[in-house]
Write a protein that binds this ligand. Sequence first.
Ligand code: IPM
Ligand code: MN
Length: 356
Amino acid sequence: MEFRIALLPGDGIGPEVVAQAVKAVDAVCRKYGHSTVYREAPVGACAIEECGQPYPESTHRLCMDSDAVLFGAVGDPKYDNDPTAKVRPEQGLLSMRKQLGLFANLRPVETFPTLADKSPLKREIVEGADFLCVRELTGGMYFGEKGRLDGGDTAFDTNIYHRYEVERILRLAFGYAASRRGKLTVVDKANVLESSRLWRQIAQEMAPSYPDVEVEYMYVDNASMQLIRCPRHFDVLVTENTFGDILTDEASCITGSMGLLASASVGEHTSVYEPIHGSYPQAAGKDIANPLAAILSAAMMFEYSFHLPEEGRAIRKAVAASLDTGFVTGDLAADGRGFRTSEVGDRIAEYIANDK
Ligand code: IPM
Ligand code: MN
C-alpha cells in the first residue's frame, strides 16, 4: 500500500523527534512492502514566523489531502509570558483539532517492566497498569464562548457541551471498552457542573446498549487520586476536554517518562498522531530529546489509521528492545548520559529491519 503522510514537525524538539518516527515508518514500510509519500508543512510558532498564522490554510489543505498526520509539538517561550500576545503557537493545535474535527484524543498508558523504577510512584503500584484515556477534544471550555467584561477586569470561559458531542465520544469509548477488558469509567464533576450532569445522563442512556461493558462514574477529583493510588483499576477512562488534559498529564508519570506517551487524535477527517510531551525548547537542536513517544505515535498510526496491527507491533517491539537493552536517551538512561536522539532512532529502525 502507499500512504500519504503529512509531517507537521512544529517547534522545539518537534522536528528531531518526528525525524526519528519517520525512520521507524520507513523501516516498517520497507519490511512489509509499503511505500510512503511525505509532505511537510509548518504549524505553531514556526508557522507564525513564516506565514503569520499558527495553522495556515495551506497546512490544513495538506492534512485534508493526506492519509495521516505525524505531528511534533508546538510552543515557544517567547509567547508564554505574554498574556497579551494576539496569536499563540498553541492556537495552531486548537485550530487543527477543530478544522479536522478531531473530537477524540486517545492516550494509552502502559507500563514497560524495565522502566517501572523510573516512575515517581512505587513499582508495586504502577506494575501492570494498562488503560486508555479517551479525552474529548473539540468542545468544553477550550472552545466555548470566552471573553472579558468590566473593561477587562472580569473574564469568563464557557464549559458548553451539546448532546451530539457527548454521544459520539461516549460511543467511541464504549466501543474501546468492549474490545478491551469491558470496563468504562466516566469521569465528571456531576455533583457541581450542569455540563457533567448532561454527560452522566447520556452515558446512563447509552449503557444498556453495551451489555458487555461495566460502567462506573467517578468525580474528577477522586479520579485524580485513584489514578496514582491504583492505576490498575482503570481500563478505559472517558472525560471532557479540560479534565482530560489535566488527567492525562498526571497519568503520564505512571509510565515513568512523559517521553514515552503517544497519542492519536481521531474524528471526522484525517487523524493526527503526536507525542503528548511539549516542544521542550531547552533541548531543541541538541539531539538529546527522547524520540520514543513520537515513534510510538507512528505505531498507533499503523494500527488506527492503516489497520495494520502487525506493522504497529513491529515498531512497539523495537521500542521495547531499545528499552530492555538500555539504548535510550539521557532521561531514561541508568547513568543519566544516554544516547543521542538520532542514535536511538537509527537503532530502532535497524532493529525493525533485522528482526525476524
Ligand atoms: C495537550 C496540550 C494542549 C492542550 C495545549 C498545547 C494547547 O497541553 O495536547 O494536552 O491543552 O490540549
Ligand atoms: Mn496537555
